[in-house]
Ligand binder design. Structure first.
Ligand code: FAD
Length: 471
């Protein structure tokens, strides 16, 4: 007789309720991971996500003496094989909240229950269950502040983190159809996968170390400092949170050790945005596909392959945008301030559909997350819940000047601009002709901009007004 702990987006031993519950059954525990991308309507993850997943699984397996059982295929077929081989007393998993995962889990739960196998799901990746937070009229919130105040700050506090079980009794039987990590083929053929993983310790211990560094170097200047992409004031924990190598409960509780410092409060509120995104996706499952505000249906985006390609490659000729897009490609991460700038530039100045930008982020971000990515793209595009209004168009030259005043971030990611004096760095097209020539800003080293910022902003606003009139 065994108990199964099915790992999914909770690739850690500490604060893992499913693992603890399986352990408490006092039976041998079979730790299981199923790569079911593309099976049973499960979405395929992007390239960077799969690189992260590969290393996260390797680390998790290492922390369990190589006992993590890996399978590829539909979850139900894996459980069928396991049920043939074992007397399964119970299956434990931590809940996921994406529409496809919910549908899969529901079907699997009834399939297992019909076979007298107990199924217990647990909470591990959200502080507050999305169905517990509702407005007075019983409907879901669509605005962040009341959601956060009533649903998170003034609600019962989230549960406290739990320790990793000591002396795990792990199952060590040879398994039919189990595969090796490399058989999952999560790493791309190109060496891009190895390059982006450099500089990240993709493990549970790595997540904790990242947190410790952030507490030492970033937390107490977070509120102000979080807007400056060249500064070390953000935690870079998003991929670890996405894959569950650290839990929001652990972070929330760790923050209790510090006073109600404004920085601490602000960090909590960012975790609140993560909750809000998951909440929105839970209540509005079409969030990543459909304009949240229906009045945007029929809005005329202006699809342009060249614009999109040059944006993806960081060749737009707008330095802060190119720096962000190259940071993304080289590191699997992009600073939040710059995510907003590049997304505004794509959806407003270039008038490309937010879903095209979202898809590229999905493929390149280590932290790509259906809820946060969908909600954030819609926020910037102006189509989302509680979104920045459409007419709010970031000026990327001014943003660069304000948030990267010395140009450190731009120079770090766009080597062609390393020697360009700071005064030309944010809007190189405004430099005198001889200087543009001297520094290769005339297209000889660095591209000229694809569109004029002022004119494209005007055109975006006009398109929006026209759309409103036509409705
Ligand atoms: P910190 O500033 O240290 O914040 C701590 C944690 O709070 C983050 O790790 C994250 O989990 C959460 N958080 C912070 N800001 C947000 C936010 N605006 N929305 C939701 N959660 C937030 N975040 C993702 O995790 N996955 C995505 O796919 C994603 N796509 C985005 C796309 C766009 C266009 C934009 C503008 C933002 C996107 N974000 C996404 C939100 C945000 O940019 C990242 O969460 C943040 O930059 C991660 O860096 P960090 O861990 O250093 O953040």
């Amino acid at each position: 007789k065994i108990a199964i702990c099915w790992f999914r987006r909770d690739l850690r031993l500490a604060d893992n309720p499913a693992l603890c519950a399986a352990h408490e059954a006092k039976l041998p525990v079979l730790p299981l991971y199923i790569d079911d991308q593309g099976f049973d309507d499960q979405p395929k993850a992007g390239g960077a996500s799969n690189v992260w997943l590969h290393h996260a699984l390797s680390a998790l397996d290492g922390s369990m003496d190589g006992r993590l059982a890996l399978f590829k295929g539909s979850a139900q077929s894996v459980f069928e094989t396991l049920a043939d081989q074992f007397d399964i007393a119970a299956v434990h998993w931590n809940r996921m909240y994406e529409p496809a995962a919910i549908a899969r889990d529901k079907a699997l739960k009834s399939w297992l229950t019909e076979r007298d196998i107990e199924v217990r799901s647990h909470n591990a990746s959200l502080l507050f269950e999305p169905w517990t937070i509702e407005k007075k009229d019983g409907g879901p919130y669509k605005v962040f502040t009341p959601f956060y105040k009533k649903g998170c700050l003034n609600a019962d506090p989230p549960r406290k983190p739990i320790a990793a079980p000591a002396d795990l009794n792990l199952c060590s039987v040879q398994l039919e159809n189990a595969v090796k990590l490399d058989d999952l083929k999560l790493l791309p053929d190109r060496d891009w996968g190895a390059k982006i993983a450099k500089g990240w310790d993709i493990s549970e211990a790595g997540a904790r170390a990242m947190w410790d560094t952030f507490v030492d170097e970033g937390l107490f200047n977070y509120k102000q400092g979080r807007d400056f992409p060249a500064e070390p004031y953000v935690s870079r924990l998003s991929p670890y949170l996405h894959f569950g190598q650290i839990s929001p409960h652990q972070l929330w509780a760790a923050l209790d050790h510090y006073d109600q410092d404004r920085n601490v409060e602000h960090y909590r509120s960012e975790l609140g945005w993560r909750e809000f995104s998951a909440y929105l996706l839970y209540h509005f499952p079409s969030l990543p596909q459909k304009n949240f505000q229906p009045q945007f249906e029929g809005f005329r985006w202006t699809p342009n392959e060249t614009f999109l390609k040059r944006w993806q490659r960081g060749q737009t000729g707008v330095p802060i945008v190119d720096a962000g897009m190259r940071e993304l490609w080289r590191t699997g991460y992009m600073h939040n301030r710059v995510r907003m700038i590049v997304a505004s530039y794509l959806t407003k100045n270039l008038r490309q559909d937010w879903r095209d930008g979202m898809a590229w982020f999905e493929d390149c971000l280590f932290d790509a997350d259906l809820a946060s990515n969908g909600a954030s793209w819609q926020w910037v595009a102006g189509t989302g819940a509680d979104a920045a209004p459409y007419f709010r168009v970031f000026n990327p030259a001014l943003q660069g000047q304000k948030f990267d005043a010395e140009g450190d971030y731009i120079r770090a990611h766009v080597p062609e601009l390393r020697d360009v004096p700071t005064r030309y760095l944010f809007a190189p097209w405004e430099a005198p002709d001889d200087e543009r020539k001297k520094y290769g800003l005339d297209g000889s080293k660095y591209p000229e901009p694809m569109v004029n910022l002022k004119e494209s902003r005007k055109a975006a606003l006009a398109a929006y007004e026209k759309h409103k009139d036509e409705r």
